[in-house]
Design a protein around this ligand. Structure first.
Ligand SMILES: Cc1cc2nc3c(=O)[nH]c(=O)nc-3n(C[C@H](O)[C@H](O)[C@H](O)COP(=O)(O)OP(=O)(O)OC[C@H]3O[C@@H](n4cnc5c(N)ncnc54)[C@H](O)[C@@H]3O)c2cc1C
Length: 522
């Protein structure tokens, strides 16, 4: 009997086995399936690679390698330019096809075109599908046939589309139903892997270890990864790996097992609407890195929200709970809105979407930027948020909006400086969401609201009224009363080395508006 053909599945931002559309397609074609992850030096050596992201990636890969073992086959981890590494691997393994899930980012799309051409030049088949979005980026168009630029109508159309998709669900069109992981895959014979410069993450608990029977080939892999130096593991709400993503999703959408069945009140998702804006409460899912790296699929997140809705309806349909579930679904839609925007308008990655903003006379004072980056602006809500980012690799969404507005509108620094600072630190940094969030805050993006300026004091009063969040991240100010913390009015005696505010919000607001008025009219 002829053995089944060997196919490769190339993991990128889909570090899981369950509900992985490309992987399911490959596993349906052949059991002789091998996983590959390529450590691309362009991404690994980028100056904006955050230690927190490297930690999340390596830990997730470590688990994925084990999961592949349990499925019967293996995950190969290699380093190099995918357009070179993959065709070489295909030739060596005599693989018939390579499958992967599509990307929206300009670098990823260009890389994928190069890889596809190189593989096809060697006679290898390439199959690609969409996986990281509930709705494919080309699926929705405005009445005029254009891609969406405004979130509101996008959300309505996206929601309708999901309803249609779940109605159309069938064996041939799996729609939104999460798929199980592949099982009973077939590994290759031992000789296949000999001499391959593979990275075995199981070998070293601390980081990467080179493995492979051929020491000469393995040698360069001693330096395959930059040093792992993220110190905020215990403070970061995002947990790496597919298993942790499932537990986090379950805890958020169903409540902790120990508290079940205590009703909707015990389910964090059902309190999302009131809690999501309070940075001191753990009121959001903490799933952003899981969704970014694909240790969780958006369909799994969506399905969990639908189950929560059914449960709430069974329990009598508490209004707050139903509203909360709907609001969380809207956040999942924001994620997709920004991804489809980047897909259709890749120029977003290069600068302001609104052309007049290219002429904005930014002041970019280095000492102000540095004070913001180092949590020394003298405004406690800003510094607490920047400290959270520094120490935990993550920041609450409300605070991301507050610090972004402050950098741009109070310190009059180009939003791209903030965008890069976030990329260098965030565990969940994602080009589409980060760029979207910054352009939204700067008013240079697709958002139709002309000029949005946050007053940090008003924001702190509304969303951290007891200054709990401020005290958590600025313990050196624990002795100061809440009103003074919120108002950034700390007496010189109480400051104890903490700086006075570096700018005055009112003055800066007026200055920003004056500069904005000099921009050419659209
Ligand atoms: C300036 C700025 C920069 C940001 N940079 C990023 C980034 O690099 N990566 C990132 O994932 N999010 C980014 N966001 C969006 C948002 O802050 C985070 O997604 C959210 O804080 C993650 O926490 P959570 O997982 O607990 O979210 P939840 O509130 O539980 O939301 C569920 C999921 O929906 C998505 N989501 C929620 N809000 C948004 C949003 N406004 N835009 C896009 N997706 C959203 C995320 O995938 C999130 O995990 C940014 C927002 C701003 C204002």
């Amino acid at each position: 009997m002829t053995p089944p053909p060997r196919w490769l599945f190339w993991h990128r931002r889909d570090l899981r086995l369950a509900d992985n559309r490309g992987l399911a397609l490959a596993a349906a074609a052949t059991p002789a399936l091998t996983g590959v992850f390529v450590l691309d030096p362009v991404l690994l050596e980028a100056p904006d690679l955050a230690p927190a992201r490297l930690w999340f990636l390596v830990e997730s890969l470590r688990e994925l390698q084990q999961s592949w073992r349990h499925s019967g086959s293996r995950l190969l981890i290699l380093r190099g330019d995918p357009a070179v590494v993959l065709p070489d691997l295909v030739t060596r393994l005599q693989a018939e096809a390579v499958v992967w899930n599509r990307d929206v980012e300009p670098y990823g799309r260009d890389r994928d075109r190069r890889v596809q051409a190189a593989l096809q030049a060697r006679g290898c088949r390439v199959e690609t599908v969409w996986d990281q979005l509930l709705v494919e980026p080309q699926a929705l168009r405005t009445g005029a046939g254009e891609p969406y630029r405004v979130y509101g109508p996008y959300w309505r159309s996206w929601r309708r589309r999901l309803e249609q998709q779940s109605q159309l669900e069938s064996a041939a069109h799996p729609g939104l139903e999460p798929l199980p992981p592949p099982t009973r895959l077939l590994d290759g014979a031992a000789e296949l892997w000999q001499g391959l410069a593979l990275l075995d993450l199981q070998a070293s608990p601390k980081g990467a270890a080179a493995a492979g029977p051929d020491p000469a080939a393995a040698a360069p892999l001693a330096t395959a990864l930059p040093p792992l130096r993220f110190a905020g593991i215990d403070l970061c709400p995002c947990r790496p790996g597919e298993r942790a993503a499932q537990s986090q999703l379950q805890a958020f959408c169903e409540g902790l097992a120990s508290r079940r069945p205590a009703g909707a009140a015990a389910i964090p998702l059902c309190r999302y609407e009131p809690d999501r804006n309070l940075p001191a409460a753990a009121g959001t899912s903490g799933l952003s890195a899981a969704l970014k790296f694909g240790t969780l699929s958006p369909r799994q997140a969506w399905a969990a929200a639908q189950r929560a809705r059914e449960l709430v309806l069974d329990l009598g349909g508490a209004e707050e709970a139903l509203v909360s579930i709907g609001v969380w679904e809207q956040e999942l839609a924001w994620r997709e809105f920004y991804q489809q925007a980047l897909f259709h308008f890749p120029e977003l990655a290069d600068g302001p979407y609104r052309p007049q903003w290219r002429h904005f006379p930014w002041e970019n004072a280095p000492e102000r930027l540095q004070a913001w980056q180092e949590a020394r602006t003298g405004v406690p809500i800003i510094d607490a948020a920047m400290r959270q980012l520094q120490e935990s690799g993550w920041m609450h969404n409300r605070c991301r909006m507050i610090v972004a507005s402050y950098l741009v509108k109070d310190l009059i620094c180009d939003w791209r400086l903030g965008e890069t600072t976030f990329l260098m630190r965030l565990v969940d940094a994602d080009l589409a969401a980060n760029n979207g969030g910054w352009q939204w805050s700067a008013s240079s993006g697709m958002d139709p609201k002309p000029l949005r300026i946050f007053n940090p004091t008003t924001q702190a009063r509304k969303f951290d009224p007891e200054a709990e969040y401020i005290r958590t991240w600025l313990p050196e100010l624990r002795h100061v009363n809440s009103v003074d913390l919120i108002n950034a009015e700390i007496s010189p005696i109480e400051r104890r080395g903490y700086p006075a505010p570096i700018v005055d919000h009112r003055q800066q607001q007026a200055r920003f508006k004056a500069l904005h008025a000099t921009l050419p009219r659209p």
